[in-house]
Design a protein around this ligand. Structure first.
Ligand SMILES: Nc1ncnc2c1ncn2[C@@H]1O[C@H](COP(=O)(O)OP(=O)(O)O)[C@@H](O)[C@H]1O
Ligand SMILES: *[C@@H]1O[C@H](CO)[C@@H](O)[C@H](O)[C@H]1NC(C)=O
Ligand SMILES: *[C@@H]1O[C@H](CO)[C@@H](O)[C@H](O)[C@H]1NC(C)=O
Ligand SMILES: *[C@@H]1O[C@H](CO)[C@@H](O)[C@H](O)[C@H]1NC(C)=O
Ligand SMILES: *[C@@H]1O[C@H](CO)[C@@H](O)[C@H](O)[C@H]1NC(C)=O
Ligand SMILES: *[C@@H]1O[C@H](CO)[C@@H](O)[C@H](O)[C@H]1NC(C)=O
Ligand SMILES: *[C@@H]1O[C@H](CO)[C@@H](O)[C@H](O)[C@H]1NC(C)=O
Length: 671
């Protein structure tokens, strides 16, 4: 037992010693490099290992050479008297030539006994040999060349070939670069200087003394059929130990030779190189697009196109939304013109929540002008016909020039296809009508009502007599009297008003106005005059004092005229009873009766019996007493109108007339 133990010790000692010895003089028999950052290569000339781990044999300068050797010599013969054993290696390389179609000069894998190449020449000598020793058997060099120049002195077959060389640059065997496709056996050309990354396999089989060299692009697995083969007994070339490595040389063309990975095995098959671990090559010429760019670029472009498209759609929509109609003749009205965009923004796109009310002509919206922050009311009318537009706008603009404190100021207009917008001062308390007739609204006391009456009267006086031309309002009624912040009555809605110059006859047009407010002669002749306005004002006076509509209709369809009711009570001496019940006890009876009588006076069927607005003002202010005028006078006048039918071209009686007016109520709806 002890003997056996001793024997083991000796054996272990010997083994250990042997290993120690081997590591001292002869390197391990296989290695693998994926990148050379960790490798301990002996470099000379232009050869360097880049920070990324690339073995750069030449650095691009001309007529230089570079070598990279495995630092220790390898034992190619197991016994000094034995034959060179089988070996296998593979390496991955790439040639980056400054010129895409011209390279210089080439590189080689070599096995050499002499590790110094100081006497070797660059260029076509590939840094391996020189003109003196080329072909001399004392070189002991085996090499595989990747040659990119055709040198006739070495009988090169092309400027793109792979050759097997023994002691000479004249290859024993060579082939154009390429590989046999495993799938169909078809030969595929490769270009060494294509900047592609390629792989070379070199195998020596000691038994058959066959050297096989195979080339393939990096993505292609080792083809089974080698590119070049030669039978050459390397035992006649190589001594016991030799160095292995790479040599490269440049001539006149600037080329860079790179080795990315290298695997070697003595006696066996070289292990595969993990291509994922290979260092990245530097870029030359147009930078190939990275994967990130390949994805991001199209994505960015797509997004940009989408955004641009969306913007375009928005712009076009915006343009369409805000398009206006503008004609040459309108330039003089520039200051009165509003941009549709402003009105659109002011009314928040004519939202229903900004709707103030719907009148006979269209909807009225509240708005706040974007820049001035002025509160306005925008009346939106449809106007289809282009006819008369110019006259109408001219009219509108001239109305806008009127100034009176009891006038709803028309600020301007805007026109679009099929639409017209009138912009007014905003009246925060809305129309008088809603105070007179709606139950829930706080009713106005007499003082307020009298103030409103005087205001409207003074405005009418201004329109009829004080401004530079006669303006007939044509549609005086409670709903057209708007109340401002201080509850001042303001005359509005000039949509219907027609103005004409002093002295000239008013143009006759269709009868316009509202039932109950139409003077008999207006219905008959269709001719509006200041006195037809006075008639309507009379009706308005009765309306505001009595708090009743000028025409009422019961369930049977019978109509009752407010003017008849007041007249009746006056005849009976009970005029006070017609005063609005809501004013009870809180009313100046004298003033109310004055207003009622004045209302009747203005509602006289004969225009010549009505007072002018000038007189109306005087009566209201108490500067002049009402003319002598009895209920009987008025009844007689009505009778006279009825009996006067012979001279009346329309031949309608007063009561008939009043009834017919009722049928005309639709007139107030459309222009
Ligand atoms: N300038 C304004 N300020 C405030 N509200 C207004 C203004 N103009 C009109 N309105 C409101 O819009 C409604 C309709 O107005 P309008 O078209 O003038 O009526 P109509 O045609 O029946 O006289 C009115 O009853 C009023 O409430
Ligand atoms: C290339 O290497 C040579 C020799 O080592 C050196 O003189 C030269 O400056 C290098 N050129 C570049 C571009 O690195
Ligand atoms: C590199 O190899 C040389 C030669 O064999 C040796 O002297 C040196 O110690 C090695 N260096 C490293 C870091 O392995
Ligand atoms: C090796 O090569 C160098 C220069 O190329 C030369 O000086 C030396 O003599 C050579 N050594 C042998 C053993 O041939
Ligand atoms: C080969 O090289 C040896 C040693 O350098 C030299 O003596 C011999 O003459 C050379 N042979 C030829 C043919 O050049
Ligand atoms: C491959 O290269 C050879 C030699 O340069 C040429 O004759 C042949 O046409 C090439 N084949 C293809 C497919 O490019
Ligand atoms: C190779 O050459 C050596 C030495 O010349 C010889 O001993 C050996 O038999 C040869 N091998 C073959 C396979 O021919």
């Amino acid at each position: 037992m002890p003997g056996k133990k001793y024997k083991c010790f000796i054996l272990c000692q010997l083994l250990f010693l042997g290993l120690d010895l081997a590591s001292f003089t002869i390197a391990e028999e296989q290695f693998i490099y994926s990148g050379f950052s960790q490798a301990n290569l002996s470099l000379d000339g232009t050869a360097t290992v880049t920070p990324e781990g690339l073995l750069q044999l030449t650095n691009g300068t001309f007529n230089l050479k570079g070598h990279a050797l495995y630092p220790a010599p390898l034992q190619f013969r197991r016994h000094p008297t034995g034959n060179v054993q089988s070996f296998s290696l593979t390496f991955i390389f790439s040639i980056l030539s400054a010129l895409p179609d011209k390279g210089a000069d080439g590189m080689a894998f070599f096995v050499s006994t002499n590790k110094s190449f100081s006497n070797a020449l660059p260029a076509q000598y590939l840094g391996l040999l020189n003109d003196q020793n080329n072909g001399n058997t004392s070189n002991h060099i085996f090499a595989v060349e990747l040659d990119t120049i055709q040198n006739s002195e070495f009988q090169d077959i092309s400027d793109n070939h792979v050759g097997i060389n023994i002691n000479s640059l004249h290859s024993v065997q060579s082939r154009d670069a390429g590989f046999y496709d495993d799938k169909n056996g078809v030969f595929k050309n490769l270009t060494l200087i294509s900047r592609e990354v390629m792989q070379v396999w070199v195998e020596y089989d000691a038994g058959s003394t066959q050297v096989d060299v195979t080339l393939a692009p990096i993505k292609v697995a080792k083809p089974t059929r080698p590119l070049v083969s030669a039978i050459y007994n390397l035992s006649t070339v190589l001594p016991g130990t030799a160095y292995i490595g790479f040599s490269s040389a440049t001539g006149v063309i600037n080329s860079r030779y790179y080795v990315l990975g290298w695997s070697f095995s003595m006696g066996g098959t070289a292990s595969g190189i993990d291509i994922r671990k290979l260092p990245k090559l530097p870029h030359i010429g147009p930078r190939p697009r990275s994967k990130v760019l390949k994805i991001i670029m199209p994505a960015t472009i797509a997004v940009s196109i989408f955004v641009a498209g969306a913007l375009l759609v928005l712009l076009v929509r915006r343009k369409l939304t805000y398009t206006e109609l503008r004609e040459d003749w309108e330039t003089e009205f520039g200051p009165n013109r509003f941009s549709y965009k402003d009105l659109f923004l002011a009314t928040e796109g004519f939202k229903n929540k900004n709707l103030l009310g719907t009148g006979g002509f269209g909807k009225v919206y509240k708005g706040i002008l974007p820049t001035s922050k002025l509160e306005v009311a925008v009346k939106r009318l449809s106007h289809e016909s282009r006819q008369g537009t110019k006259e109408f706008i001219t009219e509108i603009v001239s109305i806008g020039r009127l100034r009176h404190r009891n006038l709803v100021q028309l600020l301007g207009y805007c026109r679009r296809k099929g639409e017209l917008f009138l912009v007014y001062d905003y009246m925060s308390n809305g129309s008088l009508e809603k105070y007179l007739y709606s139950e829930d609204e706080l009713s106005l006391d007499w003082n307020k009502r009298f103030q409103i009456i005087k205001g409207v009267a003074s405005c009418l006086l201004y329109l009829h007599e004080e401004c530079e031309r006669v303006v007939i309002h044509r549609d005086i009624k409670a709903s057209n009297v708007l109340l401002d912040r201080e509850l001042n009555g303001r005359l509005g809605d000039f949509g219907l008003a027609k103005s004409y110059d002093h002295g000239t006859d008013p143009q006759t047009t269709r009868v316009v106005g509202t039932m109950g407010y139409l003077a008999p002669e207006l219905v008959r002749t269709g001719k509006p005059s200041p006195l037809t306005d006075v008639f309507a004002f009379g009706t308005f006076l009765l309306e505001i004092t009595c708090g009743q509509r000028p025409v009422k209709q019961n369930a049977q369809g019978d109509r009752f005229m407010l003017v008849d009711l007041v007249l009746e009570h006056w005849q009976k001496g009970s005029m006070m009873e017609t005063i609005d019940k809501r004013l009870q006890g809180n009313c100046n009876i004298d003033e109310a009766c004055l207003v009622l009588k004045l209302g009747l006076l203005c509602s006289q069927p004969f225009a010549r019996s009505r007072p002018s607005m000038n007189h109306v003002m005087l009566y209201l202010n108490g500067d002049m007493p009402l003319p002598e005028f009895t209920p009987t006078d008025m009844s007689l006048n009505m009778l006279a109108l009825m009996e006067n039918r012979g001279s009346d071209p329309s031949g309608v009686s007063y009561p008939q007339l009043m009834t017919s007016i009722g049928a005309m109520s639709s007139l107030s709806g459309g222009r």
